[in-house]
Design a protein around this ligand. Structure first.
Ligand SMILES: [Zn+2]
Length: 380
């Protein structure tokens, strides 16, 4: 019988680890990158193509799905897996980040966040209990606790009180998860560490979450504009405050060099809209840094986006063709650029896992940065 949720670490290299999360819907190889399927779709990609890229798990957004098409409707239609045609694990966020960044007229209280939909102005309340209920209705396999976010530039008092409220909400999220029976099914729940960039706040948050007890632990409140150096500064202590035997998930990260640096610091899971969003605007990730395919120098370039890439796009189509499609606003341009970018991220994760297994992560990471950053800093 497959365990509901287990995490086995196969090898470590410095602070980095590689392992496998096992759930009834499938295994998740870590470090893992989760493509973002905001509105029950990884934009411009069919689920089979997402899977072919090497993705073991995708992410869905509670805030977007509760507003459209609605969690109850998705539930009546068989849950997110059946609705969108993805049968492997799905992680859903709690809606906290989006409600505080996208919704209108938000009003925060100890109960939760009251807001008006950014789509049609209808009024809603998102609380720990409602967030967990929505994630249950969606059929989420990894449910996230509902938390409160404040900018890293907020005063220490504001940061401390948001972190403390998030820990009270984490308890309510855990209780609602247990009461809803999700624990007995093939689902897991992760708590989210908050505390901005402050080591003491982060420790208090980690201790509160460990006291409640979760299947995994997310590091929240980073990648919100503080910059890579400040984020890495926080990641020099935050992962070590969390249980070594549980997965650690850095939410909303990030650029390829962010992910490589975070893996070196002991993070196991990531999600980010960057590869999909960039694909739709003409940016391709390559081992020699990002390129903008709209650039005139690619108009007659018959090479692939990335000669080292194993994706179906690079095997078939030239930079010149993609340049044409993107410049002409063709839908296929967005589809192919997205597919390549998702493959790039998944190949990067596979390379990181192999480097950790073989004990050569530092050499791999230094080489990756040297090749990647040369182009990144030249603005191409
Ligand atoms: Zn490719």
């Amino acid at each position: 019988m497959t365990a509901r949720f287990s995490f086995a670490i196969h090898a470590t290299d410095g602070r980095a680890r590689t392992g496998t999360i096992t759930m009834k819907r499938g295994e998740i190889r870590t470090p893992a990158f989760m493509p973002v399927g905001t509105a029950a779709t990884v934009k411009a990609m069919k689920p089979g193509d997402v899977r072919a890229s090497g993705a073991d798990i995708i992410l869905g957004n509670t805030y977007h799905l509760m507003l459209r098409p609605g969690a109850e409707r998705v539930n009546r239609l068989g849950g997110l897996h059946g609705f969108m045609g993805w049968d492997r694990p799905i992680l859903t966020d709690s809606g906290g980040y989006q409600v505080m960044s996208l919704a209108e007229l938000t009003k925060r209280s100890e109960d939760g966040v009251a807001f008006k939909s950014h789509l049609d102005g209808t009024r809603h309340l998102l609380s720990p209990e409602r967030s967990i209920e929505i994630q249950r209705l969606l059929g989420s396999n990894i449910v996230m606790a509902f938390d409160e976010l404040v900018p890293t530039t907020s005063t220490r008092e504001v940061q401390a009180s948001a972190m403390e409220r998030s820990m009270r909400w984490a308890r309510r999220s855990r209780d609602a998860f247990n009461a809803g029976g999700q624990h007995a099914e093939d689902n897991a729940i992760f708590g989210i560490q908050q505390g901005a960039l402050d080591e003491g706040f982060r420790k208090s948050s980690a201790d509160a979450l460990i006291d409640i007890g979760f299947d995994g632990y997310a590091i929240g409140g980073l990648a919100v504009g503080e910059g890579q150096e400040a984020m890495f500064g926080c990641l020099d202590f935050a992962p070590g405050q969390l249980p070594v035997e549980k997965p650690r998930y850095l939410m909303g990260v990030g650029k390829p060099t962010d992910i490589v640096g975070a893996v070196e610091r002991g993070v196991d899971m990531f999600d980010c809209v960057l590869p999909t969003r960039s694909g739709r605007t003409g940016q391709a990730f390559t081992r020699n840094g990002p390129i903008n395919i709209r650039n005139a120098r690619f108009a007659e370039d018959q090479g692939p986006l990335d000669p080292a890439c194993g994706c179906p796009v690079c095997a078939t189509w030239s930079r010149a063709y993609l340049h044409h499609l993107v410049r002409a606003g063709e839908i296929l341009g967005a589809m192919l650029m997205t597919e390549h970018n998702i493959w790039f991220y998944q190949q990067m994760m596979a390379d990181l896992r192999a480097a950790i297994t073989e004990g050569r992560l530092t050499a791999f990471a230094d080489d990756f940065r040297a090749r990647y950053a040369a182009r990144e800093t030249s603005g191409q």
